[in-house]
Design a protein around this ligand. Structure first.
Ligand SMILES: NC(=O)c1ccc[n+]([C@@H]2O[C@H](COP(=O)([O-])OP(=O)(O)OC[C@H]3O[C@@H](n4cnc5c(N)ncnc54)[C@H](OP(=O)(O)O)[C@@H]3O)[C@@H](O)[C@H]2O)c1
Length: 248
């Protein structure tokens, strides 16, 4: 396990030099893009997700990271065993379960809430002893909080709750900072599962309706996340990176 002391100075080219960044959901999409940018900025990376092979591939792709296999939908009190300090915690883990309430069993409903809200809250709780006053936490919301899908009431509720949570925890955990990023449509493996072969066509059509006239790349969201981690004056914020999707 890597050990180091709390960094006291940053250089412009390596602003996260020596800092420990933990990314829950770091093996794919937005989490992986953030891991890559953070690694290039000098951070020590700890990637957490369920599939060990994807974790290994991700760690290799970014040039090295500590890998932790865990499912945050289930209680994980020992998830951070072996880490001595967390400078920045990012939670991007999540799948999308779009189902109408009338078709959703209680077990399905609880699974969504566990993965998107209870799991992230317990993960923050488990990290508290390792975080310090200058640490940051970044959670992930999503456009369904303000622009819900007709078959996504439970997902909408869960991501909206994440947004309230960061405002409340910004007060409770002060002076530590906690924010959320709210991505719009971002071309990641998540959408392969959601849209299948229609993905390219759906994304092109969606892009044409957005003020930005494009779809997000994981790198666009990663850049915003690193901003939230680095900026010492931003807390309790939900940063929407959505090509203007909330406006149309
Ligand atoms: N892409 C978009 O358009 C979009 C839009 C709005 C919001 N979001 C949200 O942004 C977040 C990241 O999305 P993405 O597009 O980057 O997805 P992605 O490419 O599918 O990556 C998701 C990551 O989370 C991990 N993961 C999923 N469930 C997990 C669990 N229960 N425990 C631990 N790790 C878990 C996955 O690895 P394993 O499967 O191996 O565990 C993977 O590393 C998600 O919360 C998503 O809902 C995405």
């Amino acid at each position: 396990m890597q050990t180091s002391t709390i960094p006291t100075e940053n250089t412009q080219s390596q602003p996260f030099q020596g800092q420990n960044i933990v990314i829950i959901g770091g093996s794919s999409g937005i989490g992986l893009a953030t891991a890559r940018q953070a690694k290039n900025a000098g951070a020590n990376l700890f990637l957490v997700s369920r599939n060990p092979q994807r974790l290994r591939d991700a760690a290799e792709a970014i040039g090295g990271a500590t890998q932790i296999v865990a499912d945050i939908a289930a209680p994980q009190p020992a998830i951070f065993a072996g880490i001595d300090r967390i400078d920045h915690l990012l939670i991007t883990a999540g799948t999308v379960h779009l189902q109408s309430l009338k078709d959703q069993s209680e077990a399905d409903l609880l699974k969504v809430i566990s993965e998107r809200l209870i799991g992230p809250l317990l993960t923050v709780k488990a990290a508290l002893p390792l975080l310090h006053a200058a640490s940051s936490i970044t959670m992930t919301s999503g456009q369904f909080a303000s622009r819900p899908a007709a078959i996504g009431a439970v997902v909408a509720a869960a991501v909206a709750a994440v947004e309230s949570t960061v405002r409340a925890l910004a007060l409770e955990l002060s002076p530590m900072r906690i924010n959320a990023v709210s991505p719009g449509w971002v071309d990641t493996p998540l959408l392969d599962g959601l849209m299948g072969e229609a993905k390219r066509q759906v994304l092109e059509q969606t892009a044409s309706t957005l003020p930005s006239r494009n779809i997000g790349r994981p790198e666009d969201i990663a850049q915003a996340i690193l901003f939230l981690m680095a900026n010492r004056f931003v807390t309790g914020e939900v940063l929407h990176i959505d090509g203007g999707g909330r406006l149309v």
